[in-house]
Design a protein around this ligand. Structure first.
Ligand code: PMP
Length: 437
């Protein structure tokens, strides 16, 4: 190895030695393991603005952003102060609070695609509940999902999924009863034909089509607006519900998420972690008519002791208030676009087999020369070897990315132009090392 000297990971390695005795793989969520990149996972000590510091005191410009929710950066003063203020009055009641109303009002007033919602504590719960709701409403069992899309870790959805599953090379989980998996029809992204064939084969049996309208868990597999419109039309024609899983794209590509970005109205939308600004929140929303199916109004049961927890609601109110300000997304997206375009210009000028795909403030580094990648099978798995080298070089130059070439990165409003310039320089040098050694 002749790259830049490795950062010290002594303290992280000590912590990892211990954590391996406590948790499978030493982690509480598989994507945190550095299994597909170099070295031991970095144990993070603190975050502030666009920076994180690890246990060894190394400082990084962070583009993982806790896997997306930190659109205002780490330790945002407005979010922290609101959380502390609300915590003074107790942390959980298992009874309704005014804070839930406030957050719901903030969301519903600024989103024309849903009329009623239910808060949950994670994206997984939100999506699992949305699927149950669709099944209860349509009285049908089957669902269509797309290869490479990740929708959390509930049973029906761990079939040919992205995120940690694709990173570790086993895209369907063990432990899912065959009878459950049989109800999930998996088709490739961006293929009208495959979706049509599934509807023909299982006519009148499909409760829902679920998609990440901005697929961001298997690289960034941007779909055409025409494909999403086709899904809308075929669902309407077959009395099937269209579910947009916006756990990544919601409040990220705009306040109204991908539905607003593409101006397509799904029947149910799920949102997640970004609402909580770093605290556990998810939600699903739909029309009044469909939401009336949910208990205690209707027969579809879904619950949660910590759903709508006041501390999490406080973080959500503070974060979404910032996001609802008029030029928030324009400023953030312009900054991100400038960042990604100059990286692409650099790579193109040097003829590197490298593309940065992006939408709004989400980006993905792809070691490819394809102009567009819109389905999971177009990704060459050999490109992950290049990512591994790239990731190590970036860490050694003070830039932190999620430890997998299948994961996207995020620009936050806390990334100043100066820090983005520094990050660019680190990215340029790292690309030079990957391609020229
Ligand atoms: N849906 C999508 C699109 C996601 O990206 C994720 C997680 N990143 C989930 C659902 C599950 O969310 P959580 O990890 O909060 O359960």
């Amino acid at each position: 190895y002749t790259g830049k000297p490795d950062i010290s990971r002594e303290k992280s390695a000590e912590l990892y030695d211990k954590s391996k005795g406590y948790f499978p793989g030493g982690v509480n969520s598989p994507v945190r393991a550095f299994k597909s990149v170099h070295g031991t996972p970095l144990f993070i000590q603190k975050g502030d603005g666009c920076f994180v510091w690890d246990a060894d005191g190394n400082k990084f410009i962070d583009f993982c952003a806790s896997w997306g929710p930190l659109i205002l950066g780490h330790n945002h003063a407005g979010v922290r102060e609101k959380v502390v203020e609300v915590m003074q009055n107790g942390m959980s009641f298992g009874a309704p609070t005014a804070l839930e109303n406030q957050l719901a009002e903030l969301i519903l007033k600024n989103n024309k695609y849903i009329q009623k919602l239910r808060f949950t504590s994670s994206g997984t719960e939100a999506v699992m509940s949305a699927i149950r709701l669709a099944r209860g409403y349509t009285k049908r069992d089957k669902i269509i999902k797309f290869e490479g899309c990740y929708h959390g870790h509930s049973d029906s959805l761990l079939v040919k999924a992205g995120s940690g599953l694709v990173t570790f090379g086993e895209t369907s989980s063990a432990g899912i009863p065959k009878a459950f998996a049989d109800e999930t029809i998996v088709v490739p992204l961006n293929s009208d034909e495959a979706v049509k064939a599934a509807f023909e084969q299982f006519s009148d049996q499909i409760a829902a089509v679920i998609i990440e309208p901005v697929p961001a868990n298997n690289g960034l597999l941007l779909q055409t607006k025409e494909f999403l419109e086709f899904l809308r039309a075929i669902c309407t024609k077959n009395n099937t519900l269209l579910i947009f899983d916006e756990v990544i794209s919601g409040f990220r590509v705009g306040f109204e998420g991908a539905a607003g970005f593409y101006q397509i109205k799904p029947d149910i939308i799920t949102y997640g972690k970004i609402i909580g600004g770093g605290l556990p929140v998810g939600m699903y929303g739909s029309s009044v008519e469909i939401m009336e199916m949910i208990s205690p109004d209707g027969p579809v049961y879904q619950a949660g002791t910590l759903s709508g927890n006041p501390v999490a609601m406080a973080a959500g109110i503070a974060q979404l208030t910032e996001l609802s300000k008029s030029s928030f997304y324009k400023d953030l997206n312009n900054k991100a676009q400038e960042f990604t375009e100059s990286i692409q210009r650099f790579a193109t000028a040097r003829n590197y087999k490298f593309k940065i795909f992006s939408i709004a403030s989400i980006f993905w580094f792809a070691f490819t020369d394809q102009e567009a990648i819109s389905s999971a099978d177009q990704i060459e798995s050999s490109s992950m070897e290049k990512f591994k080298v790239f990731h190590r070089e970036l860490l050694n130059r003070g830039v932190y990315l999620g430890p997998s070439g299948y994961e996207v990165g995020f620009v936050s409003s806390a990334h100043s132009k100066i820090e983005l310039e520094k990050a660019k320089r680190a990215i340029f040098e790292s690309l030079d090392f990957v391609f020229r050694g």
